[in-house]
Design a protein around this ligand. Structure first.
Ligand code: CP
Length: 309
């Protein structure tokens, strides 16, 4: 039981069996969340620190709640308000946290590969909570858990992901994970937001939103990441929404009952209109709930790995 590696850096480093173990463990953790007493003792006597160099609501809060529900001591550090703002390096910051007998560090950073850089220097396990444009493993795990609860299996399922593919660490982690579990992934977005080589990650590059979503079992919109754009990559919001957004009409081209997903936060009226965000097929709110269960599962399995050392 537990994960093979000390750290959870990406879906790239997880086997299909490990992903399934996380999803199965998340089922049990969701039952804890739905019970009257949201408390376990799995992390009693352990410490979990979130270290965020980028903003976050869902990821940071769900990790913090997950660790507290499991009985750990937990604390948050942001780049602003810490000695990072005085110029302390990433490695010195991470080592300082590590030297306080920390068991697990959850880190988000704007630089791709930042968690991979610090992990070998630390005794603590490092969880990647999003690194630049590389991976966001726990987001993909919660997305896959949301699908798994509905489908029970991934083989032959079709997942369409539309929007700002280039800047999205969510699409990269989902593509890697879904492929490992036997699902097919189609992507579509503006040519200016389509990374070279995305097809080599096992994604079919569609010709239009309609082409991407046709026959899909799940349709995922992605946030336009304006904070990572140094120049405008599309002419106007109206054109983006018209050509690349997931409208009610486009969603109707997917399979009956297809799941409508979005990692959040959503730019309403850009990647999808509010009526689609709130439609009966939308599982966006469920994704948020599942985020806590999946992060409890990740903390549980990393701790099991540490105890088995
Ligand atoms: N999906 C996601 O990572 O959201 P936050 O930026 O709010 O954590």
């Amino acid at each position: 039981m537990g994960l093979k590696n000390k750290d959870l850096l990406g879906l790239k480093q997880l086997s299909a069996d490990e992903i399934m173990e996380i999803l199965e463990t998340a089922k049990a953790m969701k039952m804890v969340l739905q019970s009257n007493v949201k408390k376990t003792s799995h992390l009693q006597g352990k410490s979990v620190i979130t270290l965020f160099y980028e903003n976050s609501t869902r990821t940071r809060l769900s990790f913090e709640l997950a660790s507290k529900y499991m009985g750990s001591a937990s604390a948050n550090i942001s780049a602003s308000g810490s000695s990072v703002a005085k110029g302390e390096s990433l490695l010195d910051t991470a080592r300082t946290i590590d030297m306080m007998a920390t068991d697990i560090i959850i880190m988000r950073h704007s630089q791709s590969g930042a968690p991979h850089f610090i992990a070998p220097h630390l005794n603590a396990s490092v969880v990647n909570a999003g690194d630049g444009m590389n991976e966001h493993p726990t987001q993909a795990l919660l997305d896959m858990f949301t699908m798994y609860e509905r489908w029970g299996d991934f083989a032959g399922k079709n997942v369409a992901i539309c929007g700002d593919i280039y800047h999205s660490r969510v699409v990269r982690s989902n593509a890697i994970g879904l492929n490992k579990l036997g699902a097919n992934v189609s992507v579509y977005g503006p040519k200016t937001m389509m990374p070279i080589g995305i097809d080599k990650m096992g994604c079919r590059v569609a010709d239009s939103v309609e082409d991407a979503v046709k026959g899909a079992d799940a349709v995922m919109g992605l946030r336009v990441q304006l904070e990572r754009q140094h120049k405008s990559l599309f002419p106007s919001v109206a054109e983006y929404s018209h050509f690349y957004g997931i409208s009610e009409e486009m969603l109707s081209k997917a399979k009956d009952g297809a799941l409508l997903m979005h990692p959040g936060p959503c730019n309403h009226g850009v990647e999808l209109p509010t009526c689609v965000y709130d439609c009966d097929q939308s599982v966006i709110n469920e994704q948020v709930t599942n985020g806590v269960a999946v992060r409890m599962a990740v903390l549980y399995l990393l701790n099991a790995r540490r105890n088995n050392l």
